[in-house]
Design a protein around this ligand. Sequence first.
Ligand SMILES: [Zn+2]
Ligand SMILES: [Zn+2]
Length: 835
Amino acid sequence: MSLEFNSEEYENEQTLFADVILPLPLPLMYTYRVPREFAAKVKPGVRVVVQFGQKRVLTAVIASIHSNAPKIYEAKYLLDLLDESPTVNSYQFKLFEWMASYYMCTQGEVLNAAVPSGLKLSSESKIQLNPEYNGNYEFSASEQLILEELKKRNLSYSDVMTLLGKKTIHPVIKSLLAKGVVILFEELKEKYAPKVISKIRLRDEILESKKLFEEVFQKLEKKEKQLTLLLRYMQLTQVQQNKDNNRLGLAKNVLLNAEVSASALSTLLKNNIFEEFDQVISRFAEYDLKNEKEIKLSEAQTRAKEEILELFKTKEVTLLHGITGSGKTEVYIELIKHALEGGSQVLLLLPEIALTTQIVSRLQKVFGNKMGIYHSRFSDNERVEVWRGIISGKFSFIIGVRSSVFLPFDNLGLVIVDEEHESSYKQYDPAPRYQARDTAIMLARFHHAKVVLGSATPSVESYYQATTGRWGLVKMDKRFGEASLPEIVLVDTLREKKFKTMQNDFSSVLLSELKLCLEENHQAILFQNRRGYAPYLNCEDCAYIPKCTSCSVSLTYHMHSGELRCHYCGHVERLPQQCQACGSTRIKPIGFGTEKLEDDLKLFLPEARVQRMDLDTTRNKNSYQNIIQEFESGKTNVLVGTQMVTKGLDFDKVTLVGIFDADRMIHFPDFRAAERSFQILSQVSGRAGRRGQKGKVLIQTTNTLQNILHQVIRHDYEAFYQLELQERERFNYPPFYRLIKITIKDPEKKPAHDFAQAFVNLLLPELGSKRVLGPETPVIDKIRNNYLVDIFIKLEKDKIKLPAVKELLQKHASQLLQSDKSYRSTQVVFDVDPA
Ligand SMILES: [Zn+2]
Ligand SMILES: [Zn+2]
């Protein structure tokens, strides 16, 4: 090796800078200096700790490395490097960038939504004394000062800044850390903690030396219990046949049984014959696939699979339009197998709630340990394990909710979006306000992967793409295994009211069908898309209706808890004994929710064993699962619920479905009301009758002539679609036009309305009155103490340059915000493709 000074290399060594994405809503990236000791290790995608502003210490992700110092500020040093290899890969950067620009938010907001919080450090990094410190170091004056203060309390970085009266504190903290006298708070409370189990194994020396091995046996000759334990260990691990087995050892609970006592084990540990060690294990159960039967596809399923694979050759996206019960899952399974065998990764997106149900356990049986589940109900540790499991190659197939589009795939071959029409794929709040289905299509494009969208009731937009030839279209229009579609009947509640045959909200037809259903030992599902007991209370004397103090909505009456609740902000108050306005005690609940149906049913049909499934009964981790299991096992026989009962559930014994209040859904003031109604009514109906049992569906309505109800009755998606498409075209809605909803929020009413009007006035000359609609006061114009005003931008799909319009909107918004002091609390929220 040459000891000569290499001047060339030295001169080339220049100061490096890193642009980082901070987890904050900042439009620009921020630049930091790379300390020399990190120079060899920094690369895009690696997480770093940085100071931002005076006080905050944050976890950021490096987006790029360069040698250009920022022009207008002095770059601070990166404080620390958290990864050896990237946590975020180049595909993800591409996706984040696209999302930020398409959905009009910042990359920081996308990053914040993308990365599980277990991979972030808390923004208030704290230091504390190390309880295990036993060094003998000298300390500087600054260090002394910090140590004295730490005896009293833990300190954040900003505390230390104040204490020392200077901003650059990292060298001091670093030195204290190096001496081992303090520890960073996160190290103690590291958000992600691997799960370990304690295991036992023979000490290696004993296995390696025949002599030692025999000595051990001699020593234990008369110690029966210890000998039994040793023999049991050898028998269970087969270490004599293969010494490598000893490395994995045995878990204590496996080793110990009735004959083998814990005290014998502790003696053997004390005498250095056995040793104890920790093994890091996965939080996910291991699956044994040996006994799984091969799935046999029906003819229709095989045909669908073949058609899709053929379309993959020419189309990026294929829509699988299969009616409820047609067996789409089996087709997915074959496609997934096909992609995995080809060596690529697969992502299957499911709507939030469907992920806790039957489909997951079915797929787990097929794909076992290759499959990772990414669910919002999972703990953060579990989510970090999935994230890391994809990087390490442990999981090649992910089944997950909308946020799984953010995962670190690097070789995606297939993306499936099940129930692609589901509104839960759209994130409303906070930013990024993204549509996971559309984002998944973009993600697939970056990977050159194929996309399959599945639905029994496709969204109008998707069906339009598929029937105009941009996407492939495959249909499955027979139910699997000879099951027939349910018979759907309309029940005229106006007529029943006239003849006084209604019992509260139950028609006589529904009640007698229910009775019959239970007598035959079948099950029923009742659907009402409104939780609580009654949507509002009304004073019979002065007509006062209790309203939320922070939102412009009436409070929903929840009888079981004796409360009035706001479904928009969560505000709760006790049920009033008297009218707050006039003092009258004659307060009456108006309308009905799932709670009331449950209560009334117990009265009208005492033999029914009723369970309710809505947001209120499924808040705990396992409650949703429990309700399903009780229904599946027959412990309950009537399930009353909101939309939750429509999602991905298959129950063999359900022969009756009752639908309440269909009219409210149909007349909801939204351009998607018809589409939603058709989808929900079809999905709920699809729960009735499977495997040989013909089902019956009763829809209660005040108007039996409505078109949409008859499309549902005839299971005629095509007719619904054609009519709906005409409406969309006539009124300039998607798929012909693109919508951007702009919501102006302000704690005061006047600035919100003033701003909205001024904004519209700015936009009108540039976009024209056909493209700018509003300002419009929404039906609920105050939520969480903010007044709301909406503006809608409608843009032709093909003629308009979308990025330019978005830029224009953002430019005008930020200029207007700064133009007047009265807008200091005004917020402008952009929602691209609102749901
Ligand atoms: Zn009153
Ligand atoms: Zn409220």
